[in-house]
Design a protein around this ligand. Sequence first.
Ligand SMILES: [Cu+2]
Length: 144
Amino acid sequence: MVQLRTLPSLALIAFLGVASAACSSSTDDDAGGAKANTFTSQSGALEVAVTTPTGDQPKVGMNVILYHVTGTSDHHPVDGLELEMTPFMPSMGHGSPMLPTVQALGDGDYRFENVRLGMAGLWELRTTIGGPVSDFVAPRFELE
Ligand SMILES: [Cu+2]
């Protein structure tokens, strides 16, 4: 039994190694600059890939944040959404002194400016989704 399982187990370990490397993309540069952190909306209908223009993680201070929104089932970009982002620090119960502005870029892409994250710690980018779809998503980031 042990011998029979040897080959499949090695293949599985190799696969898991690749998968975990893909997930921990924040610190390695081999991902070709993609570095997306993907979050599923509350209803499960949408997936939101979150990046920054530089490919770096959001940082303390002012940020530009990019969302790429796709349908969870068909993976098609979703345009025409009305997004409203409210950064929030759940552990401390406060938000940001300014609300980000958003610009729809087409092809499922949305650009938020003035995302001011005032201190280190865990932040949620609480985002209501309106327009053709009513939903909610809250990407979370630990800022150093
Ligand atoms: Cu705080």
